[in-house]
Write a protein that binds this ligand. Sequence first.
Ligand SMILES: [Zn+2]
Length: 341
Amino acid sequence: MTQSGRASADSVVLGLDLGGTQIRSAAILPTGECIGRRASPTPLTGGPEAIYAACADLLNAVRVDLPSSVRDRLLAIGISSMGPVDPWRGLVVDPPNVVALREAPLADELEARVGLPAYLERDTNVAALAEHWLGAARGCRVFMYVTVSTGLGGAIWLDGHLLLGPDGTAGEVGHACLIPETGPRCGCGGIGHLEAIASGSGLANAACDEMAGAGSTFLIARAAAAPLTGRDVAEGEIAGDALCCGLMDRARKAFAISCVGWANAFNPERIVVGGTLAERQGERWLEPARVAVATTGLRGPAGRVQILPAELGNDVGLVGAWPLATGRHGDPVWRVRRARS
Ligand SMILES: [Zn+2]
């Protein structure tokens, strides 16, 4: 690779945020400022090669447009990808929404095509790095980041670093079972998982399954116009639709009791909540969680934890590329383990 030195306070990182519908890229300055932003749709046909090519084209286009004074300081690429990922080998393992990527060596492919060392991490872990650096978790030694969006996932930050676990999947908080046997089926195949109850896709699936039986004219009309999303269910609640009210109430309760479990199990100083669904819901989503923790959590952790909205919005996947790449570049753990197959 072209760069071998350690990161410095001047280093610039190329960020890549690979999502199920869009790929975004920018150069991230040491201040967290993103410059030269570009985006393109995620190619869902054409196999892994189409995705590698789209990502590399975007990164190279960002790089070419940078002022030379910035381009000369490029250190590495930081990649935020939908999970699960193997961060040591730089692999995207088998994301449920993009079947083209199975055991896909995304980091190695982008290193070869862009000519910079690349570091790959799950999107929720990258978001946690960003929120710790410049957002709602600044100064925390122990916190959790949870995103409530199309999916529901998280990250655990313990004593100054991300908890990864030997498989890199630590923090995947969406797949805890809350309604055994009779709950909705999760995208992972399980029954009654938090993600199936409280994520956008889970809400939409439950709405599809139940709208006819429940006689929900609101949802039936929405579904006739376009495939249902979690946003339809949230708007149906505001409109007074009984099924939507029930589904949203169940989702908030499931999230709230999960927060109690996380507070008790990890004793975090903060639980930082991001993702489009939680952001649109705002206090409506967070306040029941605070009440549940205060009234049913263990006294010590319940009195300590703050449940707060994330601060960096849509940019977390790009901003987090800077601490990701500068934190791992030059640390042999992240290259020696890559060589293992
Ligand atoms: Zn699941």
